[in-house]
Design a protein. Structure first.
Length: 468
């Protein structure tokens, strides 16, 4: 896109402290590089509309092809006499800019192309920020939008181009863009003093587990334990707050520990996971109330039901948000061991209550006792990951194991000794589920003084399964 005047690394290095608002990188504006930029952009947009008027969606998509679009720009420059202002050397960059302004995020793409940028957002047309790896927040002082109308026009263009509507009747949109990024926006008057815009950038490559260990998100010792949990086909829930790194961690675990021989089905509301394994199929729900057409919703519960007929070894849910929790846990408890999911919860302990609450949203209306018993039988490991509000650092804060007499053989002397030891140390919390006890054993936490992840006790094996 536009040329940088200051490198990202230089900006980060010159300003001390973390998670504070910093000044932005200075980019060259298109009009600074191409003197007749506004005329060129308008002429190309008009010609594109003329050539695609009355054609079907496939033909419009074809016109976006880089080579075809390049020819369109050439034609416009030659027929309008604007070619005299463009040197052949600059033409590829001009075409790239025009594509960005016509089909992409316009000037925002400068920020989307910054290495390790995670999110770009605007509270209104004047106040924009972007967040890079490590939680560094930087202010956008560049004037990208002249007013709220320009910001709203850009939002409408972006979402309409992806088959979604946003208007007075449907003032909020949450959509996946063609590049895989997530866009969320709310219009006035729901958004006071102008619309907002949030774009979460899609990562082409998942963060490897080695990098998470190097960043102290988790430890080598915990990685060794996780390997055992996967070998034993334990069901794992990753919980945490928004943008805490749940999906990143889940992706890294899947990349490392899922074997090519296993058939995997991934179910998400918006595709974010990119697990590299030989036998994997991705599915996406269709529950967007802002779709232009009147397609019937396909919920997570529907897709879980579809998945059960496809004979997967593991079922991975990108995030459990509602009544599909009951369907997922039921599947985990009926032959689909070794499954994984994420869920919003503020601690590993709270995750159990959150799962019970979401199960209650199911139309099946199960009793509280039956839900808690299902959780105890289905969920084996809960990993809680958190983002530090001061530094933006993401780290695993605690890990617990859900114990239940039907999963663990308490008559085994070694198992019984482990449980007793954890009880005496205060690392087991007990809950009631009907006539059965649910025991929640803490396996890892953060040592208060050093903030290092520490192992409290060994994983208690499931009945009939080897961990090591």
């Amino acid at each position: 896109m536009a040329e940088e005047i200051v490198a990202v690394q230089e900006v980060l290095a010159t300003v001390p402290g973390e998670y504070e608002i910093r000044e932005e990188i200075r980019f060259i504006e298109p009009a600074e590089r191409f003197q007749r930029w506004e005329q060129i952009l308008k002429a190309v947009e008009d010609e594109f509309v003329r050539r695609t008027s009355g054609v079907d969606a496939a033909a419009k998509t074809k016109m976006r092809d880089e080579l075809i679009y390049h020819q369109l720009v050439n034609d416009v420059l030659n027929t309008t006499g604007l070619s005299t202002s463009i040197s052949p050397v600059d033409l590829p960059d001009l075409v790239k800019l025009l594509r960005a302004y016509q089909f992409g995020y316009g000037a925002i793409e400068d920020y989307m192309n910054i290495p390790d940028v995670e999110e770009v957002y605007f509270n209104d047309f004047e106040h924009g920020f972007y967040i890079t790896g490590g939680g560094h927040k930087q202010r956008i002082s560049r004037k990208i939008f002249a007013n709220n109308k320009e910001l709203e026009d850009m939002i409408r263009r972006a979402v309409t181009d992806n088959g979604v509507q946003i208007n007075a009747e449907r003032p909020n949109v949450d959509a996946t863009m063609r590049d895989g990024s997530r866009l969320n926006s709310t219009l006035e008057p729901i958004a006071v003093d102008g619309p907002d815009l949030i774009i979460r950038k899609h990562r082409e490559e998942a963060i490897p587990l080695e990098q998470l260990v190097a960043d102290d998100t988790l430890s080598d010792e915990m990685v060794n334990d996780i390997a055992g949990w996967f070998r034993a086909n334990m069901n794992i829930v990753v919980c945490g707050g928004t943008a805490s790194g749940k999906t990143t961690l889940l992706n890294a675990l899947g990349d490392r520990f899922i074997e090519d021989s296993e058939r995997i089905i991934v179910i998400e509301n918006r595709k974010e996971l990119r697990i590299k394994t030989a036998d994997i199929k991705y599915f996406q729900t269709r529950e967007n109330p802002t779709k232009v057409d009147e397609e019937k919703d396909v919920t997570a519960r529907d897709v879980i039901r579809y998945a059960l007929r496809k004979r997967p070894k593991r079922i991975i849910l990108g995030e459990i948000r509602g009544g599909e929790a009951l369907d997922a846990l039921t599947a985990w408890n009926s032959g689909h061991d070794g499954s994984l999911c994420t869920i919003h919860a503020n601690s590993a302990w709270e995750c159990v209550s959150k799962l019970a609450q979401l199960c209650g949203f199911s139309s099946a209306r199960p009793s509280e006792a039956s839900v808690r018993q299902l959780i105890a039988q289905s969920v084996d490991i809960i990993i809680y990951i958190n983002e530090d509000s001061r530094t933006g650092r993401r780290s695993v804060e605690e890990v617990v194991q859900i114990l239940h007499s039907r999963k663990h053989d308490y008559t085994d002397a070694k198992v019984d000794a482990w449980v007793k030891g954890l009880r005496e140390s205060g690392y087991i919390q007990q809950e009631r589920s009907g006539s059965d006890d649910i025991l929640i054993a803490q396996l890892y936490d953060r040592e208060p003084s050093s903030n290092q992840l520490r192992r409290i006790g060994a994983t208690i094996p499931l009945r009939g399964r080897r961990i090591n």
